[in-house]
Ligand binder design. Structure first.
Ligand SMILES: Cc1cc2nc3c(=O)[nH]c(=O)nc-3n(C[C@H](O)[C@H](O)[C@H](O)COP(=O)(O)O)c2cc1C
Length: 167
């Protein structure tokens, strides 16, 4: 697990090969294993394989272009009625599980932020995917076989950002 955590990186260019149903199922199961506040489990995940829909999602903002390229995009959503105060935290936890599960299966991912950005990115995703009012979109995850070599992973531990017992 620690090796998977260290090796994960944001992949922004993908091979056209599709993701197998088995891999996709394992990745989705990982998402639903995340912790959630009050065990509300507000997750809703839209699996997008349709090229035209991925193209629309790639227009959500200027850093979402890889959604057109990746064979699968997962829209990571949360039911804000089920968890009004914590849906962001809950969906973020599920999103990280997806990134790590994909890495462990040798697949690349990129987290594409959607819920911030003044509302337009979420509106684009909402309209492209037909998402109901009570459901919010936290992020898109571009998923597939990564088309670029694995970058070197320098040490990321930051001693100065760790505070022992108090600030
Ligand atoms: C909340 C969040 C939003 C992000 N949004 C984007 C995005 O829209 N486009 C993108 O290319 N990368 C996005 N990323 C990926 C970050 O750019 C990336 O994690 C960071 O540069 C560190 O690189 P690494 O993931 O390879 O370790 C996002 C990451 C997070 C956590």
């Amino acid at each position: 697990m620690l090796e998977v955590i260290r090796n994960r990186f944001s992949c922004r260019s993908f091979e056209p090969a599709s993701v197998s149903d088995d891999a996709l199922r394992q990745i989705l199961e990982a998402a639903f294993c995340a912790p959630s506040a009050n065990n509300a489990r507000p997750w809703e995940i839209i699996v997008v394989r349709d090229a035209a829909t991925r193209e629309r999602l790639s227009q959500a903002h200027q850093w979402a272009g890889m959604c057109a390229d990746a064979p699968v995009v997962l829209a990571m959503c949360g039911d804000a009625e089920k968890s009004p105060d914590w849906w962001i935290d809950d969906v973020a936890a599920a999103t990280q599980n997806v990134l790590l599960a994909a890495e462990s299966l040798g697949l690349g991912t990129c987290w594409v932020g959607i819920h911030a950005g003044g509302g337009r990115p979420e509106t684009v995703a909402r309209e492209a995917l037909g998402i109901p009012e009570h459901v919010r979109v936290l992020a898109l995850i571009a998923l597939g076989s990564c088309g670029v070599p694995r970058p070197p992973r320098p040490e990321r531990y930051e001693e100065a950002a760790v505070h022992w017992d108090r600030w």
